[in-house]
Design a protein around this ligand. Structure first.
Ligand SMILES: Cc1cc2nc3c(=O)[nH]c(=O)nc-3n(C[C@H](O)[C@H](O)[C@H](O)COP(=O)(O)O)c2cc1C
Length: 153
């Protein structure tokens, strides 16, 4: 099966990738282990079907998710997520074209939020919504660096 989602530059053979990343934040609704397990199951199915990868940072007061892959399935995944009643207040923080993925070998890296990210008070204060794109990218870049050896999860 061909997994290539790029195209050729009309001027030559240079590859133009069609990969994008979307990052959004939301507030969990009914945050517990079974809910999280269900979400991760959806994400794994999505990886298999659409080749969408990413990472989900989660805490009882926050979902922060990066989705990446070919533009059409990533946008379709995000559209489904927007409709999901397991969270509320979904807002897009980043949407950009990329040359390569951060989480190529993960369906959805699941990371319970750590102290390096914002405190509960800061989240309640909408600190995340004021973050610069570079700051958002750095969170996931660091997570990708820390995620160690490639693994299928
Ligand atoms: C925080 C959160 C993250 C999610 N992440 C994904 C994901 O990465 N991929 C995915 O296919 N569905 C994800 N889902 C689930 C989708 O919203 C949706 O339920 C699922 O894709 C099945 O959609 P369908 O029933 O319309 O086929 C997520 C849901 C939530 C609440």
């Amino acid at each position: 099966m061909c997994r290539f989602h790029g195209s050729l530059n009309p001027a030559g053979s240079q590859i133009i990738t069609n990969l994008i990343q979307i990052v959004y934040a939301s507030q969990p609704f009914g945050f517990d282990e079974p809910t999280l397990a269900g979400i991760l199951l959806d994400a794994r199915r999505c990886k298999k079907r659409d080749n969408v990868t990413g990472a989900l940072v989660c805490r009882h007061d926050l979902y922060l998710q990066l989705l990446e892959g070919p533009e059409v399935p990533v946008r379709a995944t995000y559209a489904r997520i927007l409709q999901d009643d397991r969270h509320a207040g979904v807002r897009e923080l980043l949407n950009r074209r990329i040359q390569s993925r951060f989480f190529a070998n993960w369906a959805m890296l699941h990371d319970p939020v750590k102290t390096w990210i914002w405190t509960e008070g800061e989240i309640a204060d909408a600190e995340l919504d004021r973050a610069e794109p570079a700051e958002i990218i750095k969170i996931f870049r660091d997570l990708s660096d820390r995620s160690g050896k490639p693994a299928m999860h």
